[in-house]
Design a protein around this ligand. Sequence first.
Ligand code: AMP
Length: 200
Amino acid sequence: MKHGIILLGPPGSGKGTQAELIIKELNIPPISTGNILRHTLEQKTALAQELKGYIEKGKLVPDELIDRIVAERLVHKDCKSGFLLDGFPRDLVQAKFVNTIIEVTHVIDLKVPDKFIIQRLAIRKRADDKPEVIKNRLNVYHRLTEPLIKYYKRQGILHEVDGVGTVKDIHRRIMKELKVDLRSPKKEYGFRFLYPLRNC
Ligand code: AMP
């Protein structure tokens, strides 16, 4: 089974920024459902129209659809040695689906209080960063995504990381949880470093 790392955290917690740094360090592809969906929105299709209705209101896109998008992405060759899931899973239905297709080895939970989120998102210029949509996205996060923290804690794979601070500091904290030593030459690492005893 393929191995994956999950990056959890509320909207605006800096998941995208941290994902970029993690994938460079580990040499694995990012799978951001938000980015995939935004890309799909740019096309003038019936699917794009349907998706717009959810995304612009800050609601979750139906599980069946998102599960299919992710499953199709994971069969690509670049995912062979692992990947980083950013923004997926978002609820328990998706988390249970994930368990049927991959082995989740680490879940990084970026912890950022709501008051910081609201300040950060207020300066971003995305269509779904309007105040009323932000409120809805945060509600959705607390109601549907936050239960995943307990779910992964029970599985013993949750790593909680303080998401307040500089980008560099937060990156260091994440790498510490993944047990990647940033002082060593990067090339020797890559995803295999996380699984030295496995043939991934
Ligand atoms: P993000 O960029 O991850 O904040 O996602 C932006 C929006 O895309 C969300 O508010 C949802 O409408 C939708 N979305 C992204 N990922 C998912 C997912 N895993 N399940 C359902 N909807 C999602």
